[in-house]
Structure formats: structure tokens, C-alpha cells
Design a protein around this ligand. Structure first.
Ligand code: BG6
Length: 544
């Protein structure tokens, strides 16, 4: 790690950590679900290893164990599940000493989210844990539940007397609401109203974990802590921008050795699809950081105002524009890394069998999209006429996400005077994950007597520059909520504005109701049809 980096960090301690409370209880709704298993419990475990949690801290899970896995002792059940999740997904390996420390402060109240009696049990457990760990009532409720249950949960929390006054100085109650908030604009507004009736805005944290990713945060630093980029960051110099979020994973998780389905997200994903799951939130939030005007301070609402400015300028599409500029598709059986993986419809069928739930009739021949590509425009002075191409999909060849800024071509003179062999354009690519970092592709002279131009890359790599592993987004965001810092969370108006942009697309799809979507084989970069979004503009999708 370079010396100047160390000294800068020492001189400026991390603000969010310094504001952390002495004590806090984290109550996870949906603790037995997929998100907790893969992300939340491993994130808290890593915070424990790093020694950054409040000194008085405990986690209480709330939710029902999967059918057939009836908890003998509920605490044992969640500890086993957490341990399994940590083994598989934790950034830092499982270490028995840290595990013991983490496990002794982890509990489960088994119960259903719409059962008032379960909330009475939950309250009793929260009080007992407060007593045991010396926590004077500061609570963060993490609602890792489907959007349809958020209203039910907050209303029960209120009735059970689990929400403190926002002005109470000695202890706080905060709520984290997972995305997607709603399945359309109206349901999002309804959810936010119910939450707003129970929690003050200052207590509400609408999470989008992409905003907690180091590389996503680095977008602001790159743009506003370096003098060279901002003058070029506009329609005068930028040809177009591509944002790609590619995932290797599909709907379900399988055991590598036995091929047995370990977990499935079908209950949530089926009928939701990639536009609601990825574009409405993660991708538009990243887009905001790429495209926003410079905020005049880092105060939460100043940053959030600047982001809202982008969402409010997104051009809403007509039906004809949806047809032309948006493409959805679904994966079919194919190979990833030499392994055969099933198509989406088969995975849905098997998932419902595993969940022991009847397959909904509309899922028999599912038209849920697992891939979306689109072209959009931001109608403001800075971005007038610059296309933004967005692409996301599951079961693509690899996990790879990036933002690529392609600058305009140099004039067709001097080194670029051959009409048939134009120079490669300058591209700044920000790798969100994995191999976090950035690269700038520039033209350079090949050594030798002739003038031959070759594209080369200037690279920055997080791991080689700073060492260690990059913290997971959820680690940072959970700490921020405990510290009361809302900068990286979505404000209500931003959630609504994002839905306003995607609604014409969803409405159009609802009206045309196709029987089959374009298909792509697992392990490919999406359907061939995706080219029609970009190729007519004389551009092409980037190869990652
Ligand atoms: C979640 C989506 O919000 O983000 C998932 O619901 C997706 O479908 C996940 O797989 C991707 O997150 P990450 O951090 O793995 O890129």
C-alpha cells in the first residue's frame, strides 16, 4: 500500500465509523431467507471480524425456517444457517474464534410476518437481548422481505410498540427497506406511505446495495476529486456510455458436488424480472452517479438532490420507442464454465417443487425476462443527444459489471486519416466487479521507425493498489444505518422518479403480452436481438 495513502487515511478517520453508536441491536426480518444467508449474515460476521461493530451489539432474526427444516432450537437453527452462509459466501474465511463471538449474539424468533402473536414474542426477545447485552433500546429493523409484506411488517411493528419517537435522544429506531420497493409506481407509493405513517423519513433507509459498492462510490471521487475528467464529462466530448451488469448466476443455487438445488429465488423473481429487479434500482442508481451534476457538498440531501436531478430528466418512452429501444429476453439451457445448466422455465418448475408450492398458472409458460438491454436519453444540457446503453442479464458467461465512457472520435486527419481503419476510440472503463478498478484505453505509438498506432490500457486495480479484499456493500451500508448516515440510501422522490421512468416500458409489455420472449443460451452474452438496440447507431456492445 503506498505511504501517501496510509497517511491520508490516518489523517482523516472514516466519518461514518466515528459516529457509530456504542450499542445497537439489529433485527432482521427474513433472517431465514436467501438474502440473509448469502449477504446479510456474512456481512455482519465480517464487520465483527474487522472489529467495527458497536461494543454492545446483537442480532435477532425473525422469520420462518423453510418447510421441513423445523427448528428444534430456533437459535441453533439460525446459527447453523449463518455458519453455512458464511462458509460459502463470506469475504473473509470462517474463523472459529470470531464465529463463537458472533454466534453467541445471534438469535432467532420463528414467526410469520402477519401474525400479531409472533410480534409479541419478538418484542419479548428484543427486550431480553437488550438486557443481556446492555443495549438501551437502539434498534435497526432490516426488512429483507418481499415488497408485498413491507406494509404488514411496519404496521405490526407499530402496534407492538417497537417503534420509538424519532426525537428520542437516548435510543433510536431505524428501518431498512429492501428493494424493489413495490412492483410498479402505485404499489411503491402505497408502500412508502405506509412506512411513512409509521416511521419518520429520518428513520427510514431505503437500501440499494449497489450504492454501497466501493467502485460505485469511487465514481464520485473519480469525477470530483480529479480535475481532468469533469471538463470532459458532457455531450461535447462523450460519444456514449454503456452500463453492464452481467451475472453468471441464475435463479437457483446448486450444490457444486451433488447438483442438488440448495436455494431458489423463484418465489421472488418469477413475475418480477430483470427490469424491476436490476434496472429500476441498481442500474438507474449507478446511472445517477455517472450523470449527476456536481453536488455542492457531501451532505446527504445535497447528493440526493443531484441524483434526483438525473432521474427527473430521463426521457420517458412512447410505445414505439419501447419497441425500438428496449429488448427483453429469457435464458434457455446452455453451458457455463463447461457445466450444463437448465433454462429459466425448467428452473422455475423445479424451484416450485423444491419450495413445495403450486406453480402459478402464469408461470407454466413464464415470460419473466432475465435479460434487458435498452437505450435511454437524459434530457438536460450536459447529456443532450448522448445515448446511454444499459444491459443486464442472468446466466451470462461471467459475473462482470462495468461502466464504460466512450469518448468521441478524433477528427479524421493525422493519425486517423484512413477512412477504412479508424482509430479505436478512447474509453474509460470502471470495473464495478469483480477485479474492481478502472482502465483507460488510449492510442499509443508502437515502437519502431514507422508510425503505427496501437490501443493500450492504463490500469488501476483496487487489490494491487490497496491490498486486501474489498468490503461487501452490505457491510458499509449496515454500518451507515447504525451511524445514522443516509447519503447512500434512496430518498422517496428518487424511488418514485425511477418507477416513473420504467412504467411506460412495463405498461407496454403488459399490453402486448407476448407468448414467448427472445431466447439466449446460458453462457452467452444475451440474445442476438440485443444488437438491434445499438448496431443501428453504428456502435456495438462491449466485450467484457
Ligand atoms: C439483487 C438482485 O438486488 O442484486 C439479484 O435482486 C442480483 O437478482 C443481485 O443477483 C446482484 O447483486 P451483486 O452484488 O451480486 O451484483
Amino acid at each position: 500500500m503506498p505511504d501517501d495513502f496510509v497517511s491520508a487515511r490516518q489523517a482523516e478517520p472514516d466519518v461514518s465509523k466515528s459516529l457509530l453508536p456504542q450499542s445497537c441491536q439489529l433485527i432482521i426480518f427474513g433472517a431465514t431467507g436467501d438474502l440473509s444467508w448469502r449477504k446479510l449474515l456474512p456481512a455482519v460476521y465480517n464487520l465483527n471480524i474487522d472489529g467495527v461493530l458497536p461494543s454492545h451489539f446483537a442480532v435477532v432474526g425473525f422469520g420462518l425456517p423453510a418447510e421441513g427444516q423445523v427448528a428444534g432450537d430456533a437459535d441453533d437453527y439460525i446459527r447453523q444457517r449463518a455458519k453455512d452462509g458464511i462458509r460459502r459466501f463470506s469475504r473473509q474465511p470462517l474463523d472459529e474464534d470470531h464465529w463463537a463471538d458472533f454466534a453467541r449474539a445471534l438469535f432467532l424468533v420463528p414467526g410469520s410476518f402477519n401474525d400479531a402473536r409472533a410480534y409479541a414474542l419478538l418484542k419479548a426477545k428484543i427486550d431480553a437481548v437488550d438486557q443481556q447485552f446492555g443495549i438501551p433500546g437502539s434498534h435497526v429493523f432490516y426488512l429483507a422481505v418481499p415488497p408485498t409484506l413491507i406494509g404488514t411488517c411496519v404496521e405490526h411493528l407499530k402496534t407492538a410498540g417497537l417503534i420509538s419517537d424519532p426525537n428520542e435522544p437516548r435510543a433510536f429506531t431505524r428501518v431498512i427497506v429492501e428493494k424493489p420497493i413495490g412492483r410498479d409506481l402505485n404499489s411503491a407509493v402505497d408502500i412508502m406511505q405506509v412506512v411513512g405513517a409509521c416511521f419518520a423519513e429520518s428513520q427510514t433507509y431505503r437500501i440499494d446495495h449497489y450504492l454501497g459498492k466501493e467502485t460505485v462510490q469511487n465514481l464520485l471521487v473519480l469525477r470530483f476529486a480529479n480535475s481532468i475528467f469533469e471538463p470532459l464529462w458532457n455531450q461535447k466530448y462523450i460519444d456514449h456510455i454503456q452500463i453492464t451488469v452481467a451475472e453468471e448466476e441464475g435463479l437457483a443455487q446448486y450444490d457444486a458436488a451433488t447438483g442438488e438445488m440448495l436455494a431458489t429465488r423463484a418465489g421472488y423473481y418469477e413475475g418480477i424480472g430483470a427490469l424491476r429487479d436490476m434496472v429500476q434500482n441498481h442500474m438507474l442508481q449507478v446511472l445517477c452517479l455517472v450523470a449527476m451534476e456536481p453536488p455542492w457538498s457531501l451532505k446527504p440531501d445535497v447528493v440526493r438532490d443531484a441524483k434526483a436531478g438525473v432521474l427527473n430528466c430521463l426521457r420517458r418512452m412512447t410505445d414505439a420507442e419501447v419497441e425500438k429501444n428496449v429488448l427483453r429476453a429469457q435464458y434457455i439451457e446452455g453451458d457455463i464454465n463447461g457445466k450444463r445448466v437448465p433454462g429459466y422455465r425448467k428452473e422455475v418448475r423445479e424451484s416450485f417443487e423444491v419450495m413445495k408450492r403450486p406453480l402459478p398458472s402464469e408461470s407454466v409458460h413464464s415470460t419473466t425476462e432475465t435479460f434487458v438491454a435498452m437505450k435511454l436519453f437524459i434530457d438536460n444540457w450536459r447529456w443532450a443527444g448522448v445515448p446511454f446503453y444499459l444491459r443486464t442479464g442472468k446466466r451470462l458467461p461471467k459475473r462482470a459489471s462495468e461502466v464504460a465512457i466512450q469518448f468521441k472520435d478524433v477528427p479524421q486527419i493525422l493519425f486517423n486519416d484512413h477512412p477504412d481503419v479508424p482509430l479505436e476510440p478512447t474509453v474509460l472503463s470502471l470495473r464495478v466487479q469483480p477485479e474492481e478498478g478502472l482502465a483507460m484505453r488510449i492510442a499509443s505509438k508502437l515502437p519502431g521507425p514507422k508510425v503505427r498506432i496501437y490501443p493500450v490500457k492504463m490500469e488501476f486495480n483496487y487489490s494491487s493498489s490497496f491490498g486486501g479484499t474489498t468490503p461487501e456493500a452490505y457491510e458499509r451500508l449496515i454500518l451507515d444505518v447504525m451511524a445514522g448516515d443516509a447519503t447512500l440510501f434512496m430518498r422517496r422522490d428518487a424511488v418514485e422518479a425511477a418507477w416513473r421512468f420504467v412504467m411506460p416500458i412495463l405498461d407496454h409489455w403488459e399490453r402486448v403480452r407476448v407468448r414467448d420472449l427472445p431466447e439466449y443460451q446460458c453462457g452467452t452474452w444475451g440474445p442476438v436481438e440485443a444488437d438491434r438496440i445499438i448496431a443501428p447507431d453504428g456502435r456495438q456492445w462491449r466485450t467484457l
